[in-house]
Design a binder for this molecule. Structure first.
Ligand code: KG4
Ligand code: ZN
Length: 344
């Protein structure tokens, strides 16, 4: 059995996990920094880096205790090396290097986005390449053709905000607090998705990309008009995002080449309305739909350990000089578009 220790610290969750090659999650530990960042309504990089430094090693110890294992029992250490907030990424990567050096085990530097991209194969080992991945998180909104480990073709990305960013900003505008996505989902449950007229940017467009900036401004105007309830705005906003995601994903299915399944990953994939709409799209096209369980959609270290396993199987290993990268595209050949920030 191959066992990998995974470390994650690229945004506002600190996490450590032990995962075996048959997909068994032997332990996964997570500390969220939500309380530290809440007063500021978003992630403060300096606070994040300090909190990662304090939380990471105790989580590693706790993961080993839970699994009844020690450093000598693992085969490699996989640490997120980017993209993300550089201070936090460095905490995890340097810790991974120190552990790898001390234990004499290989280090594998993982792209956080690849962790999300391969997580559906941890959730469902029968999932075969190539599959179409809708990666929707706080910093990214992309459609990727996942062709193999380390082989990602970006079919679409956002030209402005990421979907998660739109959820977070909508929550802030509506006074729902941080983190925004789950709060908007809760408010939307008692709202009417058809009440507030909101735009669906780029829906039906011949270009492949996403855009959410105009939607965000329209939400702001609707809120300021005082005509609509918070719940109706939250529900109508969610429906507009759903329509954009489904339309763009359908276009990618039409034009991106054959795939074995439609897959969704990233924090926004925790949203039930979005999951159901994508499941409906896959059903209409008679193809399997795979969405990892909620805890595996939002940031965690099991997906990093799993991506490490996929690379370990292929003999990949990184040197101690591997750098932390604030930006690290999954498809380096993809054309540049304006794009969103560095949060992954
Ligand atoms: O992947 P993730 O945990 O962190 C990175 O961005 O890497 O994604 C976080 C994003 C945030 O924008 C958060 O608001 C959003 O995912 N999110 C949700 C839900 N849960 C988390 N968005 C909509 N509905 C949710 N239930
Ligand atoms: Zn993420």
């Amino acid at each position: 059995m191959t066992i990998i220790l995974g470390l994650e610290s690229s945004c506002d969750e600190t996490a450590a996990a032990l995962v075996a090659n048959d997909g068994t999650v032997l332990a996964h530990k997570l500390a969220t920094q939500e309380a530290e960042h809440r007063p500021y309504g978003g992630v403060v990089p300096e606070i994040a880096a300090r909190a990662h430094a304090e939380a990471l090693m105790p989580l590693v110890d706790a993961a080993f205790r839970e699994a009844g294992l020690g450093l000598r029992d693992i085969d490699a250490i996989a640490a997120t090396a980017g993209p993300g907030l550089i201070g936090g990424v460095m905490v995890g990567l340097v810790s991974g290097k120190a552990l790898a050096h001390a234990a004499g085990k290989p280090l594998i530097a993982i792209n956080h986005l690849e962790g999300h991209a391969l997580s559906p194969r941890l959730a469902d080992p029968s999932l075969q390449f190539p599959y179409l991945l809708l990666l929707v998180s706080g910093g990214h909104c992309q459609l990727l053709r996942v062709e193999g480990v380390g082989r990602y073709r970006r079919l679409a990305t956002t030209i402005d905000d990421a979907a998660g960013e739109a959820f977070d900003k909508t929550a802030k505008m509506l006074g729902l607090g941080y983190p925004g996505g789950p709060q908007v989902e809760k408010a939307a449950q008692t709202g009417d998705p058809a009440v507030v007229p909101l735009p669906r940017p780029l829906v039906g467009s011949g270009e492949p990309h996403f855009s959410f900036a105009g939607l965000k401004s329209a939400v702001m105007r609707a809120h300021q008009s005082g005509e609509y309830s918070t719940q109706d705005i939250a529900a109508s906003f969610t429906q507009a995002v759903v329509d954009c995601l489904v339309d763009r994903t359908e276009r990618a299915l039409d034009t991106g080449g054959p795939v074995s399944a439609l897959v969704v990953a990233g924090g926004v994939a925790a949203n039930m309305t979005i999951r159901q709409a994508l499941a409906g799209l896959a059903a209409r096209r008679d193809m399997p739909f795979i969405a990892p369980p909620l805890w595996l959609c939002t940031d965690n270290a099991a997906m990093i350990a799993w991506a490490g396993l996929e690379h370990f199987r292929e003999g990949h290993e990184d040197g101690m000089n591997v750098p932390a990268r604030p930006r690290w595209p999954l498809d380096p050949d993809a054309e540049k578009v304006r794009g969103a920030g560095v949060k992954a």
